[in-house]
Write a protein that binds this ligand. Structure first.
Ligand SMILES: NC(=O)c1ccc[n+]([C@@H]2O[C@H](COP(=O)([O-])OP(=O)(O)OC[C@H]3O[C@@H](n4cnc5c(N)ncnc54)[C@H](O)[C@@H]3O)[C@@H](O)[C@H]2O)c1
Length: 328
């Protein structure tokens, strides 16, 4: 079975691709490789690497593909505001193009890794049936592409939406602009955990290996269990208020709980229920936020990840690429 993974060189893709190869899948990894090509293993007879853009890649890339996992996107809220037109063109139209081409080319299953950010702000617990409340361009584009790709689902084309919690953990394309990873890096560099104001906001979290595993489960589940369905990816236990999360992280690594505030008050806050993915797919995370924090801490201490690698703060890296004249 051959899987096309778009955005394969990114934070999640570069963890997912080796897991797929390990499970015996053949993989076509499609990416603009904005973060470099060295995040993936070298190409071989199981791994085909294609440098290209989801907005204009030749449809031939989908020939012989059984499944698509469509990760390519401008990947967070602040980055989405940098150039909203481009965010819509990649995150909505680009991914809709890949889904439509996949259907036309006879692909069996299309998985859209979306985001719990579509819930935006809710003062009660939300699940997949709750009214979305997207507050940013990134979240609005995610919601629109969800709706549009779901309309393509039929008996021969399975479409699954995975609304991921905020991800953490070490990846070959490291991201320190994600809450847990950024908190650990902040303490490592400055002796204080950076906390986004005002710290009372709620967020769900999931480890990068767990969300990758959820994608593989969505790929392998019987079609009638997942077709046309939306699943939140995470676990009820890993909903945290940001200030409490910071305290937990300090405790789990064994560092003093010293912190500093940054940013304007964050108006996004949501507590998410993850019962559906547990009941329907038997998904339950293997890693906790504490495991993730220790893993990131150890990687920093052992010099396995560079806290000053410019590519790890996604928006800054894209700003640099744009300033160098690279067309995003
Ligand atoms: N990391 C998280 O916490 C999180 C949470 C929820 C949802 N998501 C979603 O999961 C997906 C992957 O996120 P990530 O953290 O791996 O992000 P990432 O930025 O590390 O990876 C995205 C990849 O897409 C590629 N890309 C961007 N535009 C492209 C285009 N037009 N054509 C081809 N490739 C392109 C980039 O080069 C990059 O390698 C995104 O859709 C993101 O919105 C991530």
């Amino acid at each position: 079975m051959r899987v096309l993974v778009t955005g394969a060189g990114g934070y999640i893709g570069s963890v997912l691709v080796p897991m797929l190869l390990e499970k015996g899948y053949e993989v076509t990894a499609l990416d603009r490789f904005f973060f470099g090509r060295d995040t993936l293993p070298p190409a071989d007879n199981k791994l085909k690497i294609v440098e290209g853009d989801i907005r204009w890649i030749d449809p031939g890339v989908l020939k012989g593909i059984d499944y698509v996992i469509d990760l390519a996107a401008l990947s967070n809220d602040s980055l989405g505001e940098l150039d909203p037109i481009r965010t819509w063109s990649i995150n909505h139209l680009g991914r809709l193009r890949i889904a439509s081409l996949a259907k036309a080319m006879g692909v069996k299953r299309y998985i859209l890794p979306s985001s719990c950010s579509i819930y935006g702000f809710h003062n009660h617990v939300v699940d997949e049936r709750s009214e979305p409340n997207p507050l940013t361009t990134y979240a609005k584009a995610n919601l629109k592409v969800e709706q549009d790709v779901l309309s393509l689902s039929d008996d021969s084309f399975t479409v699954v939406i995975l609304r991921q919690a905020t991800v953490y953990g070490v990846s070959p394309r490291m991201r320190f602009d994600l809450a847990i990873n950024g908190m650990v890096r902040g303490f490592f560099k400055n002796g204080k955990i950076p906390i986004l104001r005002d710290g009372t906001q709620w967020r769900p979290f999931v480890h990068v290996k767990d969300t990758s595993r959820a994608m593989i489960m969505a790929l392998e589940a019987p079609a009638d269990r997942v077709n046309g369905e939306i699943f939140n990816v995470g676990s009820d236990e890993q909903n945290y208020q940001i200030f409490d999360l910071a305290r937990r992280i300090a405790e789990s690594i064994g560092i003093p709980f010293k912190y500093e505030w940054y940013g304007l008050p964050d108006h996004r806050s949501y507590i998410v229920k993850f019962t559906k993915i547990k009941d329907r797919l038997g998904f339950y995370p293997l890693f906790s936020a504490e495991d993730g924090a220790r893993e990131v801490w150890n990687a920093l201490v052992e010099g396995k990840v560079d806290p000053d690698d410019e590519r790890t703060i996604t928006i800054n890296w894209y700003k640099k690429l744009i300033s160098e004249g690279i067309e995003i």
